[in-house]
Ligand binder design. Structure first.
Ligand code: GAR
Length: 211
């Protein structure tokens, strides 16, 4: 049974999709805890209702990023995770933190990386005139949004899209690829070769979602 710990900052709809898939598909893994840096994150309520342990490490209570990262790692390690997931976790984590979990930490980012790392991805994709947008599940490394890519979903950018409408279309696709990528990790299907992720089974690592 692989133990999964999920970090959130808000709604946690990706976390919810992962919890549901884990239960419905009977993974040989369990979500051991959901941890938020914001005490009022709605995702905590969902997790608690599912009987999942929850914790808060409020970044506002720590004088530096290092102190926050250390406390976060202490709380995470109390749940002995095999896999750590960032699911809408909106804090940048320091190098020491990332190295501690190297090879067992995944993130979902709302763009087709390496395009549009960082914030405001949907607005930037629309302003750039992109015809495709999407989301990427990747291993986390010290370089922001640059780790090896596990899965990507592409969605169309429609002529009258706003950041909100595009974000909603991308989020629906996120809920499809993140649980799938996590299941691959739990099933030991992911191989890292030359900084690239290969899949031991024949499932596609990309998804085209018309919305
Ligand atoms: C998702 O779109 C996720 O890709 C994004 O925040 C949203 C969280 O939604 N993450 C980032 O921007 C990280 N850089 P959720 O809380 O409902 O899962």
């Amino acid at each position: 049974m692989k133990r999964i710990v999920i970090l959130i900052s808000g709604l946690g709809s990706n976390m919810q999709a992962i919890v549901r898939s884990c239960t419905l598909e009977g993974w040989s893994g369990q979500v051991a805890a959901v941890i938020s840096n914001r005490p009022d994150a709605p995702g905590l309520v969902f997790a608690a209702r599912q009987g999942i342990a929850t914790a808060v490490v409020d970044h506002l209570q720590y004088p530096s990023r290092d102190r926050f990262d250390s406390e976060l790692a202490r709380v995470i390690d109390g749940f002995a995770p095999d896999l750590l997931l960032l699911a809408g976790f909106m804090r940048i984590l320091g190098d020491d933190f990332v190295v501690r979990y190297e090879g067992r930490i995944l993130n979902i980012h709302p763009s087709l990386l390496p395009s549009f790392a960082g914030l405001y991805t949907h607005r930037r994709a629309i302003e750039a005139g992109c015809k495709l947008a999407g989301a990427t599940v990747h291993f986390v490394t010290a370089a922001l949004d640059q780790g090896a890519i596990v899965a990507q979903a592409a969605v169309p950018v429609l002529p009258d899209d706003t950041p909100q409408t595009l974000s909603a279309r991308v989020l629906t696709a996120e809920h499809l690829i993140y649980p799938r990528a996590v299941r691959w990790f739990v099933e030991d299907q992911l191989r890292l070769r030359d900084g690239r992720v290969q899949l031991a089974n024949a499932e596609p690592q990309c998804l085209f979602w018309a919305g």
